[in-house]
Write a protein of this length. Structure first.
Length: 450
């Protein structure tokens, strides 16, 4: 039987049909994905924009209807010859869009009335009535908040001019300062976005200073515990240096562009960006804008309420300056005094400052050595004169393990005074301590002779 092969024309027709069919499968998936993404964006926008005027809601309704039309037409024509099936599927899949349109708020509930629409009264001007209504609503809102948290002191902050994406940025900034153990809440009000602080660790004056870092026209109402201000994006995310004005022609220009971004971030108020910039400053060889960055790092060391741990700023400062001259030694000394007063001296700072402030920092080194003997032995050996006298002074109060560590340090750094002390201890010590005393005495004698 002779096999019949399709002609080239028939093959091309079959391939074309396969391609169209594959295209439609891909587009169906894309259409479903688009619907899910649109629904997520729509509900997110609605939940954060309760005070939008009716014109904005009307535009959202038009876009939603357009999306429904595209969805229906695509499914109707997307089933090739099976139009009836495509139409039924299309009608089913536009139901979510119809639901979105149905839940849009009424104009009377969304649109704030204009002054011209208010009933004119001779004794009260329209502007005053609008202001009074706004103030009454605000007082009621604050009263409801206070009733909801009866045993909690609440402070309130209203920022005007915030965009939707900026709300989370400001919230992230305040959360990074750890001003309270309770979560900071947000409440949209007619005047703007209200941030609610519960049981603040700072007073109102300090909170006002923090708000003034990125706001204009800041005012305070003591009776409501309310701070109001106008958000200033140029202060929140300042451009000290414009990276766009720097070219990309040379390696030096590229380094300047990167360093300009770090410098801008140091002046900004975004905690995650600041942390990333500090880590980069710790590990880079780039030294563009060296003096400007050093100056800002120094300022951050002594600035109250910063967005990251001070130890990270200090590590970035030491790595950035590399060489410690007299001026930088003064900065480190001042920073050490500040951290010591707050009981926040970390190991990195203590190891560094012990080099030029051994007597002042000895008590801290001693306490950490007692808790972790091996890690701090080498640091005590770096200052033999002061370490020897202190170890001899406290030796009799130490436990056996601490005595073994002290004898190890004295064996390597002690002098004739240590040798005399050890020989006296040999006469009265217990047998478990005596072996270490003999070893230390032998090592000191050998070292002194040589």
């Amino acid at each position: 039987m002779k096999t019949k092969f399709p002609t080239n024309k028939e093959v091309l027709k079959i391939e074309r049909q396969r391609a169209i069919k594959g295209y439609h499968y891909v587009m169906r998936f894309a259409c479903l994905l688009l619907m899910m993404v649109y629904l997520a964006i729509w509900f997110s926008y609605k939940s954060q924009s309760q005070a939008l005027d009716y014109n904005v809601w009307f535009k959202m309704a038009i876009v939603t209807a357009l999306m429904a039309s595209i969805q229906l037409s695509f499914w109707f024509f997307g089933y090739l010859r099976h139009w009836l099936t495509g139409g039924i599927v299309g009608v089913i899949l536009i139901l979510p869009y119809l639901f979105l349109i149905s839940i849009l708020p009424n104009k009377s509930k969304v649109e704030y009335k204009n002054i011209e629409e208010l009933e004119h009264k001779k004794e009260v001007l329209p502007e005053i009535k609008v202001m009074q209504n706004s103030e009454i609503l605000l007082k009621k809102t604050i009263q409801l908040i206070q009733e909801k948290y009866p045993n909690t002191k609440t402070n309130h902050l209203i920022l005007k001019g915030l965009k939707v994406y900026q709300n989370s940025q400001v919230l992230s900034y305040f959360n990074s300062l750890y001003l309270s153990d309770s979560k900071i809440l947000r409440e949209p009000v007619h005047q703007g976005e209200m941030f609610i602080f519960r049981n603040l660790k700072v007073d109102a004056k300090q909170l006002i200073k923090l708000v003034e870092r990125f706001s204009d026209k800041v005012s305070y109402s003591p009776e409501l515990n309310l701070i109001e201000g106008i958000y200033n994006e140029a202060k929140f995310n300042p451009q000290v240096v414009n990276p766009a004005a720097i070219g990309n022609g040379s390696e030096n220009q590229r380094q300047m562009k990167v360093a300009a971004g770090w410098l801008n971030t140091l002046y900004g108020h975004k905690p995650m960006d600041l942390k990333s910039a500090l880590i980069n400053l710790k590990n880079t060889e780039n030294r563009a804008y060296f003096a400007d960055i050093e100056k800002k790092l120094t300022s951050l060391l002594f600035e109250p309420y910063v967005m990251v741990d001070k130890s990270l700023i200090f590590q970035a400062y030491v790595a950035w300056v590399k060489e410690i001259n007299v001026d930088r030694e003064a900065v480190i000394t001042r920073y050490f005094h500040q951290q010591k007063k707050q009981n926040q001296v970390d190991d990195f700072l203590l190891e560094l400052v012990f080099e030029f402030l051994p007597e002042e920092s000895l008590s801290l080194v001693e306490s950490r050595w007692k808790k972790n003997l091996r890690d701090w032995e080498s640091l005590l050996m770096s200052q033999p004169a002061i370490a020897e006298s202190r170890l001899l002074e406290i030796y009799n109060t130490l436990n056996l393990n601490q005595k073994k560590s002290a004898l190890k340090i004295l064996a390597k750094t002690g002098n004739a005074e240590s040798l005399r002390f050890i020989e006296q201890r040999l006469k009265i010590s217990k047998i478990e301590e005596r072996i270490f005393l003999k070893s230390a005495a032998s090592t000191i004698k050998t070292r002194l002779v040589n």
